[in-house]
Design a protein around this ligand. Sequence first.
Ligand code: DC
Length: 226
Amino acid sequence: MSKDNAPVIAVDGPGGSGKGTVTQMLAKKLGWHLLDSGALYRLTALAAIRQNVSLDNETELVRVAASLDVAFEPTPEGEPAKVILAGEDVTAEIRTETCGDNASRIAVMQSVRDALLQRQRDFQQEPGLVADGRDMGTVVFPNASVKIFLTASAEERAHRRYSQLKAAGVDVSIDAVLEEIRVRDERDINRSAAPLKPADDAQVIDSTGLSIKEVLSRCLAAVGQA
Ligand code: DC
């Protein structure tokens, strides 16, 4: 069987919808590969800054995206993979609010998205792939066997993010987090290149008020493994 026939579960949705945690759990439960496509946009933004490339310089950003030297290193049970950029562990650095915001800014450029397309498709391998992003079901894997669009209210997503930041010792207000989420949603939803939206054949799951366990069981039901 060619790798292009390996099954794909596409999970799209806004930041804070629980996608990251749920896709990791799904991939582990099924024993499938995982693509964190947001990490590739974050890494492109980080690599650009490291190379003194302006986040407005589309030509240079395309070069940076196409030449990303990145490795996802598996870690022991249950932990997310380590992210290595040009030999350096940047797992924590790519998770900052600034890096997420920079990623969202460069992600509006079609040419940057094109430069990352094949790299994302290369993750499709047997026995299967769980793909986490904004355009997995609409653009990158339009033939995915299952498409899930995971969402939650902006307020709930802000509360989740706020708790994570507080737990990490970051001093921030809930209003500031909510505002950032709104700005990021607005940009991701309204861009012309691969905007954030459910694929026509996606199953929409609203995780507002649900625990991660409940979200996982709804996703498994959608996948037919419940
Ligand atoms: O999922 P995330 O927060 O790590 O993504 C960071 C940004 O990258 C997000 O605001 C928009 C962009 N992104 C995208 O445009 N397409 C994807 N498939 C994944 C992320």
